[in-house]
Design a protein around this ligand. Structure first.
Ligand code: ASC
Length: 146
């Protein structure tokens, strides 16, 4: 099996297994950070600070699509603890929170599709939609650093 496939498989397996016993706030924070580590290199390409390599960009966009789904499995009721910046509105406005999540997931789908097409204008547009969906949700549902 090639290295990239192996890495993708390991990443997929590692998410649920590694932190199964941690508090949900910690698990989702780690999952968001992991997602950001994939999002940032895409941003470098979009801002033309790193070279565009279609195959690599496509793989990273696909990884982002997968990673973006993970944190939302870890928002059980009232799971605010420690350094969690989650606001109570996540649970008091569940429909709005879910709409924000769905917007992110759709935007990552669009970005993966654009990456497949190799059309840089669509890539930039859907990258912007992902970034905007991060911000919209943070503005509504993420409190200040603790
Ligand atoms: C990032 C990051 C976010 C989003 C958001 C985009 O790189 O950490 O929260 O992008 O700022 O507007």
């Amino acid at each position: 099996m090639n290295k990239i496939l192996t890495a993708l498989l390991l990443a997929a397996i590692a998410i649920p297994a590694a932190h199964a016993d941690d508090a949900p706030a910690e698990v989702r924070t780690k999952a968001f950070k992991k997602m950001l580590l994939t999002f940032e290199p895409l941003g470098m390409v979009v801002r033309e600070r790193a070279p565009y390599n279609k195959t690599q960009f496509e793989q990273q966009a696909e990884t982002l699509r997968t990673l973006a789904r993970e944190p939302f499995n870890h928002f059980p009721a009232n799971s605010i603890s420690g350094k969690s910046r989650a606001k109570p509105e996540i649970w008091s406005q569940p429909a709005k929170f879910q709409a924000n999540r769905d917007a992110l997931l759709k935007a990552t789908d669009n970005l993966a599709a654009a990456a497949k097409s190799g059309d840089l204008a669509s890539i930039k547009k859907s990258y912007g939609q992902v970034a905007q969906s991060c911000k919209t949700c943070h503005d509504a549902f993420r409190g200040p650093e603790k």
